[in-house]
Design a binder for this molecule. Structure first.
Ligand SMILES: [Zn+2]
Length: 93
């Protein structure tokens, strides 16, 4: 089981997952659950593809609006993984 990620506070390296949350009714720790395809803020080394990547969720069991939730260690399209997930009590496959 892996921690479900939330928009705004969970991070790849030192960059937050930003952009517009893809949904606004399922929350964890008070922040919207992060979903497949969500934009990632520009982060080190600040060159393509790290300036405009999106999350690639792999959860099989947990979806919001039919879209997979992002979990710890899921990869961004730039190849970096979601290393910092603050939620410690809400998990998915
Ligand atoms: Zn990256």
């Amino acid at each position: 089981m892996l921690n479900i990620a939330s928009n705004t506070i969970d991070k790849i390296g030192n960059a937050g997952i930003l952009g517009t949350p893809l949904q606004a009714f399922c929350f964890v720790n008070g922040f919207p659950m992060s979903l497949d395809g969500e934009k990632v803020a520009s982060h080190y080394p600040y060159v393509p593809p790290h300036v405009s990547s999106t999350m690639q969720a792999t959860s099989i069991c947990t979806h919001v609006n039919g879209i997979r939730v992002v979990r710890k260690f899921d990869l961004s399209t730039c190849g970096d993984d979601l290393s910092i997930v603050t939620n410690q009590f809400c998990f998915s496959d």
